[in-house]
Design a protein around this ligand. Structure first.
Ligand SMILES: [Zn+2]
Length: 394
């Protein structure tokens, strides 16, 4: 090839590269994984994880040693969770801290304490060409998922939170459905009608999703049991057989977003918190196991793309103050008795050596587990507002 021809080819490559952005890579891009999974176990403290592993060990006839998938990840850290105005955070302030990297007051979503909009990592990544998926085992406009796409002084403004979905432009949303589906008074436009008018296909159930996802650019998955109604408490104990598990929702998201473009998936195990608020030990364990199954989907994806994938698993706060060991109990947890009880009481839990200190949240720091590209940054002790920068590779 003549030198002038070579030069023009190089120029053409340079122009194409700069257009596609691939030659404009910054040091930041180099440190950032192409595929990012962030799992938030709502209310999942160290002892929720320990209780689940103790139960798994009991099922194997042992006192300990069994592990969840995510506790086998090689990097482990501990994140503090206090909010701007409380030692004990709520899910919207903690979700905002994780998503946006800034403290705010309890009750606020995606805003600082002055009411200024904050930018979640999902928006940063979208600007950098990532496709975005936001999903939860509870309603899509609950506090934690909302922190990634919405901005409001009140986490209870559910209807207004879901109205912000179209402005996000995020490709995939999945969950139990929507709280205040037609507004608090039930007289507003139905949320699914509003979303469909604004560029989203809203699917109810896996069958509808699978038959319509092809060719859609933006999609919302809701459980079929929540069609045309306020999403009720959704737990993965088979309330409706046709409901999808959290793992199946992650599978849908991974399939929908594909591996051609980079993606960011935030998946919340929201019902862990709900069970822990009720001080239900077996329900908390069941939801933690469901959460682990969802993480397994991401782990299998990681095994196929180990150099380009980051999986981070954390919690927004700890709920219930569950303890392995309680007054009135012995030194071996009586899992058989708890499992058979059906209905739990505080006294029964204590007799079985499980203690609960509150029906609310606690101020304990939460564990963070990571594997894949950039996972080593999640070692040590840090604040929940540091997680955004670590994920973005800053
Ligand atoms: Zn909670």
């Amino acid at each position: 090839m003549k030198p002038s021809r070579i030069l023009s080819v190089i120029c053409a490559i340079a122009v194409l590269a700069s257009l596609s952005g691939c030659c404009g890579k910054t040091a930041k891009d180099e440190g950032r994984a192409k595929y990012i999974f962030l799992f938030i176990g709502d209310g999942m403290g160290n002892s929720h994880v320990a209780a689940t592993e103790s139960y798994l060990s009991y099922k194997e006839g042992k006192l300990g040693g069994e592990q969840l998938r995510f506790t086998q990840f090689p990097y482990l850290g501990l994140a503090s969770t206090y909010s701007a105005n409380a030692s004990i955070t709520c899910s919207s302030a903690a979700g905002t801290a994780i998503a946006c990297g800034a403290k705010t007051n309890n009750g606020m979503v995606g805003m600082d304490t002055e009411g200024n909009h904050l930018k979640s990592m999902a928006f940063d990544l979208k600007e950098n060409g990532y496709k975005i998926g936001i999903m939860s085992s509870v309603p899509i406009n609950h506090a934690t998922p909302s922190s990634f796409y919405a901005h409001n002084k009140q986490r209870s403004a559910h209807y207004q939170l879901s109205q912000e979905i179209p402005a996000s432009g995020f490709e995939f949303f999945g969950g139990a459905g929507f709280l205040d589906y037609k507004g608090k008074d039930g007289k507003e436009e139905a949320t699914d009608t509003y979303l469909e008018k604004n560029g989203y296909k809203v699917c109810y159930g896996a069958d509808e999703f699978n038959s319509t996802a092809d060719g859609c650019e933006k999609i919302v998955f809701c459980q079929p049991s929540d069609r045309q109604s306020d999403a009720e408490q959704y737990t993965t104990d088979g309330k409706e057989e046709s409901d999808a598990s959290l793992a199946e929702i992650v599978e849908m998201a991974v399939g929908f977003l594909g591996d051609k473009d980079p993606f960011f998936i935030m998946c919340e195990g929201g019902a862990i918190d709900w069970e822990a608020h009720g001080n239900n030990t077996m329900g908390t364990i069941r939801e933690t196991l469901e959460f682990d199954k969802a993480i397994e989907v991401a782990y299998q994806f990681y095994l196929a793309h180990p150099d380009e994938t980051l999986i981070v698993v954390t919690a927004d706060h700890e709920t219930g103050g569950i303890a392995l060991g309680a007054n009135g109990g012995g030194s071996v947890i009586d899992w058989a008795r708890l499992e058979e009880a059906g209905k739990e009481t505080k006294e029964l839990n204590a007799k079985c050596s499980i203690g609960w200190t509150t029906g609310g949240h606690t101020g304990a720091p939460v564990p963070t587990y990571a594997i894949g590209k950039g996972a080593e940054k999640f070692c040590g002790r840090y604040d929940n507002t540091d997680i955004k920068g670590k994920i973005l590779g800053e």
